[in-house]
Design a protein around this ligand. Sequence first.
Ligand code: HEM
Length: 458
Amino acid sequence: MTGAHPPAPGPVPLACPAVHERGFTAAARRLTAPDGPALRPVTLGGGLRAWAATGPAVARGVLTDPRLTNDIGELGGPVQGFPDRRYPEDFFAHAPQLLSASGERHRGLRRIVAPYFTAAATERTGVRLREALDRIIGSLAGRGRIDIVTDLALPLAGATAGEILGIVPERRDAAVTAALAASGAVPGTEEARSAHQVFAQTVLHIIGAARRSPEPTAATALLHARQSGRIGNAELAGMLGMLLIGTVDSLSTVVPSGALMALRRPEVRHGLGAGHDGGPAYATAVTEEILRLNPPFQHTGWRFTRDDCVLAGVPLPRGAVVVTSVLAANLDPAAWPDPLRADPLRADPLRADPLRGDPLRGDPARADPTGADAHRRTVAGHLSFGHGPHYCLGAALGRRLVHEALTGLFRRFPRLSLAVPLDELTWHGTCLRRLDRLPAHTCLRAGAQKSDSPTAFG
Ligand code: HEM
């Protein structure tokens, strides 16, 4: 088969560009319609046509299929509108970093940073971030009203990026702001150009700090790899940028959406407080359900067909863009009956006993220096952390932070309630679906409140 075969007309916008809840729900419903094919034509932000794997089995197949590559450079000439058109996900497709690399180049890059994500490293980072989280939540004491995005999620994202990349505390807020602006800007606009300039400056600061750092971090490891000629300048910058955006985008998205779910569903909030005979393991299983139902990345990064091929019964031309709809896969009723219900006791497709083991301690990178066989040991069956060779390196840390942020928040404020009507919340983004504000009443007793002074992000 040769030439381009455009997908059928009128495909579903994969991550609904309509930022309102109702638009999103409608798109999600179409993507998860049980009678649809497992590989569906979709449009990505910016209008790019692609195919999305929507069921968990096909999604796992796509994420491990050797006929697909993450590296657009392997394709040579322009395909599917590349390289002259620009799309919101450009950074992840074009900057040389883990998610735009495949094969040995990907393994080589992953090997450089994997030591900072082993079980032992995650434990060390996790302990320091637990202290940071205690300080963040402690600083909210006495406030009658808080904003879960600006007062909790963004400071936590800043602390995490700071730990991983060695960003000094006084520069963390600016790094978070720069990452959010760069990943949220519409490509081709003046706003995007200036956001990328600021972002590039932020990456240069991280490199400067790594030069002086006495502490080994993922940033110093990448700098040493550059100095020894294993990677070039573009890979150094691409990797640092990817780690910064990956950390900030994920945490700033999933902590608020998980908190919102707990605010709206008493059983979720109760479960997070381990208010069940299952104790901590039950609360951990609740967090897994929150992660399944609130994947920060609605779809994985782009994969490209290396040649004409038939994927899940669908003939695709060379250079076709294939993604996995994480949300659709996580809502598959065959894998999770009554999928929208958060049910920590449900039998997980990959776990016979949902309360056995502790996913927060599970570390994909423990035995394998690249963490590349992580998918074989993934403790949960959902796809929120991806699957296969690109399985999220920060999964163990991310799980732990989401869990501790949400349990810490509701433990500190057991009567927390939404401070605005649901339809006044604004969702932003395409691949990411993010709230920019989530105001909540702490419901402290009158007289016990201090002023509601905003934090750096307020
Ligand atoms: C709850 C939080 C997080 C979620 C849900 C998440 C999700 C994901 C997903 C879905 C992918 C795979 C994308 C693809 O296959 O196209 C991924 C990759 C990755 N994530 Fe995360 N992530 C989270 C937190 C983090 C954190 C905190 C870090 C780093 C500090 C991180 C670092 C990475 C890296 C380095 C990759 C690329 C792995 C590779 O290509 O080999 N993630 N993440």
